[in-house]
Every structure is written in C-alpha cells, then in structure tokens.
Design a protein around this ligand. Sequence first.
Ligand code: NAD
Length: 546
Amino acid sequence: MPPRAVSRLRVPYTRCYASAVSRPPLSALSSTARTQAENISAEWKGTSATGENTKNLIGGEFVESKASEWIDVVDPATQTLLTRVPETTSEEFEQAVDAASQAFKKWSRSSVLTRQRFVMELQHQLRQNGDAIASSIVLEQGKTFADAQGDLLRGLQVVETACGIPAALLGNSIEVSKDMDTSTRRLPLGVCASIAPFNFPAMIPLWSIPMAIATGNTLIVKPSERDPGAAMIIAELCQRAGLPAGVLNVVHGTVPTVNGICDHPSIKAISFVGGDRAGQHIYERGRKTGKRVQANLGAKNHAVIMPDANKNHALNSLIGAAFGAAGQRCMAISVAVLVGNAQQWLPDLVERAKKLKVNQGFEKGADFGPVISPASKQRITGLIASAEEQGGKVILDGRGLEVPGYPDGNWVGPTIIEATTDMRCYREEIFGPVLVVIPADTLDDALAIINSNKYGNGTAIFTQSGATARKFEVEVEVGQIGINVPIPVPLPMFSWSGNKASFLGDIPFYGRSGIDFYTQNKTTTALWKAEDAIGNKASVDMPTHH
Ligand code: NAD
C-alpha cells in the first residue's frame, strides 16, 4: 500500500487519537529508519517504533495500560505509526503514586553512596546505549541524528554532575553554645513528578531524573505524549543501573494525567517544561495543593548583531541557532536585531539560510528535519502568513517546501521575515524554522526592544567590543546571555536561569538550584554535656537509668 497523502491528516489537533486517522504502513519509512525502528521494538521493553503500544512503568514493571484512549505517535517525516501512548487510567496513575510512595520509605534512607553509585552507573548505561536513544528521537521527534545525540548529551551532563551528590548534600554544623551543636541536613521531599515537552525528549527528563533520585526522592515522569520513546529507554537504563523498583515510574497521557499529578496529595513537587498555557495551568493548580513547582515556559530569544561583529561568525551562529532543530528549541534565536550597518548583512544571511538542507533525520547531509506535527506546521505557516497580512516582508519563504522521497512530511523550510514589534510573528512564539528580523539604530534601541518583550529565556550579542558587550550584559533583562555565543545554555555546574515570563517558580532547574529544589532542610539542635560523660572506667554497678 502506498503512503497516504498528508491532506487526509489535516485536522486541527494537538493530539490524535488512535481511531481518528489511518496511517501509512511501516514500509513508508526509509530502510535506515525501518532498521532502527525494528531494533528499538526488539531491544526495549517499554516502547516500540513498529506500531505496538508504549507501556507504563509502575513499581518496576513495564505494564500494558488498560486505557480506553490511545494517542498515536508518528514519524513526522512520513506520518507512519510508530507507537501508541495510553491516556493512563486513574487506577494506573494511583498505582504509580503508591509504588513511588512505598519506594520512598527505603530509598530516602539509602546511603548517599548508594545513590551516587546509581547515577554513576546510569551515566555509563546512557553512554553505552546513546545511539538507541538518539534513534528513537530521530524517529519520533524528527531531529537529525547528530542533533538527537546532542539532546542526550546535554541530559547526560546533568547525570555526570549529579555524580558529585555526596559533596552537594553536605550539611552544616556548628557548636552554638557550650556542648550544644546545631546541624542542618538536606533531606528529600517525597514523591516528585516531572512533566516534559516534545522538543527535548531525552534532555528534559534527564534534568529531573538524576537530581530528584540522587537527592533521595522517588519520581513519576510523564513524557510528552508525542515522543515518549527516549524516556522509556532511559527508564529501562535506570533499572539496569540498579535502581530499585518504584523509585522511578512512568505514566503517560495528556490533561487528565497532568491534572492527576497537580492534585495528588502524595506528590510534593512538580518540574514542568513546556508551553505557557500548560505551564501556567500546572503552576497554579500544583501550588493550590501546596506543591513546590518549577516551570520553564515559552521564549522569544533575540540576538543583537552589532556592526563591529565578526560577520562570518555572527551570521553562521545566527543560522545555526535560528534553524537548527527546525527552530524547535526553547533557546533558539527567533529574532535578529540588526544594528546600524549590520542591516546590510541581511542578503548574506538569506543566502546562507538558503543553503540549509531540510530532510529526514537519518538522511546524510540533513541540517534539520520536519516540525513535530501537521498542526504545528499549520500554526507556523499561519504565523508567516500573518506577517504578510500585517505589512511584514517574507524575504525567504519556507512554506510549500517539498522533500524528495517524503511527500507527507511536516516540512517548513528556513524562513526569514522583516517585521516590526507590533506584528503577531514577533509577539508570539513561532517554534519553527522562522527568523524575524528587526532593524535598530543603536544598541540602546536594541536593548529597549528586548527589555520590552515579555519573555526572558535567552539572548545573545555579537560584537568585538568588550565595552559594548559589558553594557549589554548589565542592561539586558534576560536571564541567559551569550556574548558571541548564540545558544547560552548553562552547563549543569550552573543552573538554568531563564526569567520574566519564561519561568514560573522560585527555584530553577539543575545545578545548585536543582539540589535546592529537590531537598528541604532539617535543623537539629542537640545538647550533650561533656561533664555528664561517665568516663572510660567500666561500671560494674547495676544500671538504673535514673
Ligand atoms: P506543551 O505545553 O504543549 O506540552 C508540555 C507538557 O504539558 C506535555 O507533557 C503535555 O502533555 C502537557 N500539556 C500540554 N497541554 C496541557 C494542558 N492544557 N494541560 C495540562 N497539561 C498539558 O509544550 P510542547 O509543545 O510539548 O513543547 C514546546 C514548548 O515548550 C515551547 O513553548 C517551548 O518554548 C517550551 N520549552 C521551554 C523550555 C525552557 O526551558 N524554557 C524548554 C523546552 C521547551
């Protein structure tokens, strides 16, 4: 049977239930993709890439859900069904929370060296099996294989940093009065939950798994319903690394499962990464039941190109950061502010963007792949059209891109729009391979534009002047700044520091903050008077304990 035409899939859904749409057969995948899909199905217990169901992980067992609703996970390059994700039932969710609560009793009292050994072994397992995780990401998410390896690597770095957990958990102690000591120890919170987005299927679960578990918590992960495979493989690797049953559980689904997490009294903290709408909802609903919540939300990241910048480095950085991963990175540069004479570089920028190759993620030479879903493509192309309607100029148009061999892919080619800050394409997060270009006369004008934007995830400046960079660094109101660095994601010895509307909560992800988020302090004040010591001569009198 030939692959089915994409036109039949044009339904405005954010998720697609199994019965709603018929899908092309597995033979629609390229031979490389198919081999990888078959390997995944053969080698991993919790996931499939050949059409079987994704399982829940509850109390150490990968179990088939009894769900009545299932969500299709499809290859965004061909629409081929890879797996189905259950809308985990409330009983199954309850079992997962129960397993995590039971496991917490022992895991929270395990020695810190036991927990350190687990993360050390996990990093080994992840390195050994990195290609399987990356392949799952290419199939379900659509990234290129190299980019998918990077997705895992950024998560792996969090695991590696968590290997230093004994030092990170050291408490404080001081003699506050004669023979009286006060000491503080960092203790886990209990059962925690992590809710992940589609765009980094390995990295974002790995922002939480090592941090929550090494600090002695137990965890329930809810991967994105659009690409759960990487999280399922990681969960199995946690088992291989010796993690006791119930310490990590995985449930699936959409709003009902997420609301279950927000409302459950046994869940003490939620780590959320995703869009504004879900994030605001989860933050408010989770806080209502007294949970600690950290929520990383949407972004609009500006790069300022000064006329004194190293042109080649600046333009190449811009291209990579705007279009890499099809612009589906929360730290993607989605706005270029060209200052003064740097505006003359626009034609060169367009020429470089034109050279990018869009293709399925296993294909040689692919710079980026399809966007995640037909609905996402529709939203992106709609925002490009809105720029035209509002007087913007689409100077490179990625709509209508066709990729040979993949007629049904969610393709959007590199797009560059000259716009102004009142247009929808500037104000809304596009989350696609679209760069909005805004002119500015001076650095002060560029700073005013960025500081007026509601988001504060990331920004970058390209300049050869230390003074210009210094002024930018001091005055820009954005949490993560690159100076001649396009995607300034802090490595995990630091913490994530997006701000303004890009973050809700008080304690950010990973690094020192990650330890703080997943622990609470307990302070003990103890008096043991030295003068009460009975000395070292053995007493032979009858003990009376008076
Ligand atoms: P999303 O908000 O649609 O989904 C994220 C998670 O929330 C998923 O697990 C999903 O099942 C759940 N969810 C979705 N809608 C919900 C609702 N109405 N109620 C309850 N739960 C809901 O996000 P996405 O499309 O998967 O990811 C892209 C978004 O994530 C972008 O906005 C991007 O900027 C953001 N993101 C931010 C960061 C960051 O660190 N700031 C990192 C990655 C992605």
